[in-house]
Design a protein around this ligand. Structure first.
Ligand code: DSN
Length: 421
C-alpha cells in the first residue's frame, strides 16, 4: 500500500513517513494515544472505506451490504462479549458523537445533564461551557475535592438532589483514580436520573478486569476505541436491551449518516485482540508502569493531583516547580518526550496556559517498556524540568530518549495469530 502511495503522491507519502519516524523516535506519553497493530492498521486502511452502509445490518438504505452486514454483526458481537453488554452500537465516529447520541437518546433538548467539570478532569462533552452539550442541554458540573483531587460523592449527591438532572455522567478524561461507578448508579437512581458512563480512557483497563466495569450500573456506556483499548480512532455505545432502540436511532439517523465501515472493521479486529491474555498482560503493565512513573516523579519532588494514580495517567501539578504546563510540554517535546499541558483542579491559570501536565503509559507499554523504563522516563522528565532554559541539556535528553526508543521498537503484532506465530 505504501509503495502505491509513494508512486502516486510522494508528497503525502513523505509526510506519513515523517510521522511514522516521529512516532517511533519519541517517548509518547499522551494518555489518550497508543500504537495499533498492523492488523488494525490494515483493516482501517482497506476497501471498506469505499462502502456506504446507512442503517443497520439487515436494514440498510443502500444495496451491496453482503459483507458489511457480516462485519458489523461481528463487531457488535465482539464488543458485547468483551464488555458483557446486552447491546453494542459500533457506529459512532468518535467519543464526542457517542456521548451526544447517548444524551439525545435519553434526554429531551433543554433537559439537565450533570457531569464532571472540564476544569477538574471531565471531558468537553460532559457539559463543558464551550461544548454544544451545554447549549442543547442545561449543564451542571460537579467538582473534585480541591485538596484530595478526588471525586467527593457527598458533593455529587448534594448537587444531584439540588438540580435533579435527567442524566448523570460518570467518567473523565484527566482523572488518575479508579471511579466507583456503582455509587454513581446509586445517586442517579436516588434522583431519578439516567446514568451514562464514559470510559473512553480506561476501556482497556475495564475489559482486562483491572478496573470495575460500569456496565452493570449504567444505562449507557460510552467509549472511544483508540486509547487504552488500542483500536482505531472511533467510538462505541453499550447499553441494556431496553435502551437499544433509542440509542441506535440517536446515532443513526439522529446524529450521523453512513458509518465509517473501514473504522468499524478495524474495531472488530481490535476487539478480538483485546479478548486475549496478551491484552490483559498489557493492560496490567500499563497500570504498573504508571505507578512506577508516578512514584519516581514524587521522589523528584513533583506534586501529583490526588497523590498518584490507579490507572494509566498522571496529572502533574507544576506550581511548586514554577513552570507553566505549556512551557514544560514544549521543552519535553523538543527532548522527544510527548505530553500535553492540562488544567489541574482549581487551576489559577487559564486552560490555554495551565499549571498542569498530563502524561500516561499506554503507548510506552505497547512498545514493551516496563517499570525500569518508566522510572528512567521520570528521570528524563525531571532533567528537562530542572534545565528548562538550557537547550543543550534538552538536546542531550532527546538523545537519551531516542536511545530508549531504539531499544523498544514499535511492534507490528501484539497477539499470536491463529497459526500460533
Ligand atoms: N481529549 C481527549 C483526550 O486526550 O483525553 C479525549 O477526547
Amino acid at each position: 500500500m505504501m509503495n502505491a502511495l509513494e508512486q502516486y503522491d510522494p508528497q503525502i507519502y513523505e509526510l506519513i513517513r515523517q510521522e511514522q519516524a516521529r512516532q517511533s523516535g519519541a517517548i509518547r506519553l499522551i494518555p489518550s494515544e497508543n500504537y495499533v497493530s498492523r492488523a488494525v492498521m490494515l483493516a482501517s486502511g482497506g476497501c471498506l472505506t469505499n462502502k456506504y452502509a446507512e442503517g443497520y445490518p439487515g436494514h440498510r438504505y443502500y444495496e451491496g451490504q453482503q459483507v458489511t452486514d457480516l462485519i458489523e454483526k461481528i463487531a457488535q458481537d465482539r464488543a458485547k462479549k468483551l464488555f458483557k453488554a446486552d447491546h453494542a452500537n459500533v457506529q459512532p465516529y468518535s467519543g464526542s458523537v457517542a456521548n451526544m447520541a447517548a444524551y439525545a437518546a435519553l434526554v429531551e433538548p433543554g433537559g439537565t445533564i450533570m457531569g464532571m467539570s472540564l476544569a477538574d478532569g471531565g471531558h468537553l462533552t460532559h457539559g463543558g461551557k464551550v461544548s454544544f452539550t451545554s447549549k442543547f442541554f442545561k449543564s451542571v458540573s460537579y467538582r473534585v475535592n480541591p485538596e484530595a483531587g478526588r471525586i467527593d460523592f457527598d458533593h455529587v449527591r448534594d448537587l444531584a438532589k439540588q438540580h435533579r438532572p435527567k442524566l448523570i455522567i460518570s467518567g473523565a478524561t484527566a482523572y488518575p483514580r479508579e471511579i466507583d461507578f456503582k455509587i454513581f448508579g446509586e445517586i442517579a437512581q436516588e434522583v431519578g436520573a439516567y446514568h451514562i458512563s464514559d470510559i473512553a480512557h480506561i476501556a482497556g483497563l475495564v475489559v482486562a478486569g483491572i478496573h470495575k466495569s460500569p456496565v452493570p450500573y449504567a444505562d449507557v456506556v460510552s467509549t472511544t476505541t483508540h486509547k487504552t483499548l488500542r483500536g482505531p480512532r472511533g467510538g462505541m455505545l453499550l447499553c441494556k436491551d431496553e435502551h437499544a432502540k433509542k440509542v441506535d436511532r440517536a446515532v443513526f439517523p439522529g446524529l450521523q449518516g453512513g458509518p465509517h465501515m473501514h473504522t468499524m472493521t478495524a474495531i472488530a479486529v481490535a476487539m478480538a485482540e483485546a479478548d486475549t491474555p496478551e491484552f490483559v498482560a498489557y493492560a496490567e503493565q500499563v497500570v504498573k508502569n504508571a505507578k512506577a512513573l508516578a512514584e519516581k516523579l514524587l521522589e523528584y519532588g513533583f506534586n501529583l493531583v490526588s497523590g498518584g494514580t490507579d490507572n494509566h495517567l498522571i496529572l502533574i501539578d507544576l506550581r511548586n516547580k514554577n513552570i507553566p504546563g505549556k512551557k514544560l510540554a514544549k521543552a519535553l517535546d523538543r527532548a522527544r518526550i510527548v505530553t500535553n499541558y492540562n488544567s489541574i483542579p482549581n487551576d489559577p491559570s487559564p486552560p490555554a496556559n495551565p499549571s498542569g501536565l498530563r502524561i500516561g503509559t499506554p503507548a510506552i507499554t505497547t512498545r514493551g517498556m516496563k517499570e525500569e523504563q518508566a522510572r528512567e522516563i521520570a528521570k528524563l522528565i525531571n532533567k528537562v524540568t530542572e534545565n528548562i532554559d538550557n537547550e543543550s541539556v534538552i538536546e542531550a535528553v532527546g538523545k537519551e530518549a531516542l536511545l530508549l526508543c531504539s531499544q523498544f521498537p514499535v511492534p507490528d503484532h501484539f497477539i499470536k495469530n491463529s497459526n500460533g506465530r
